[in-house]
Ligand binder design. Sequence first.
Ligand code: MG
Length: 252
Amino acid sequence: MVYLRDADEIQAIREAAQLVGRTLRMLSGHVRPGVTTVELDRLAETFIRDHGGRPAFKGYRGFPASICPSVNAEVVHGIPGSYALREGDIIGIDVGVEKGGYHGDAARTFAVGDISAAASRLLQVTEEALERAVRQARAGNRIGDISHAVQSHAEGNGFSVVRTLVGHGIGREMHEEPQVPNYGPPARGPRLMAGQVIAIEPMINSGGHEVVVESDGWTIRTKDGSLSAHFEHTVAVGPDGPEILSDPGKEG
Ligand code: MG
């Protein structure tokens, strides 16, 4: 079942998603060598609750925290803990918020201090892949146009696309139909309609595309130990083109 949202529902999702964007912007000021991932989690939870939201990941299928921090070879779904960030790390932070019965979901991968040129390029290409994918989120296009935009940009730059995890519809639930893969041919798959809201989230590896699950049952990391980056936005398929609902806007 794919939902088409009216203007009031889009506004409700926008409020949740914008709070996600603002949380990520707040966290960007705290990502530095020495900070632990559990400290970032506490900052995020406090910020979300202070702004009228609920951390949507907390308790989701038993997940214990408000953010998913994923460092270096970790792809997504990392669990906050005592690890202190080190100069040269990259850290993906995925945040979900429920507010007023609707959800927002977004992620960014941050550099910790100075990072290698190779890591910097991975971050840049993954963010560009997301930007290109968002531009395809137009009524009349197909899901495959989004998938192809990510895959062609990532692979064209020598990186690989994680296949076992995908983007998704979002609204009343954190994960709704349709699935939004980050690979596949253009002009295939379900057609996009005005009023749909989807989370687009390329996960790009500097080495091979294969991933494994850590023994904690949550953390996904690259099988070959290569670096991985993750950028995500909640996007509305509007009548006049895509709108990034998780854009934090100008004010704090
Ligand atoms: Mg997501």
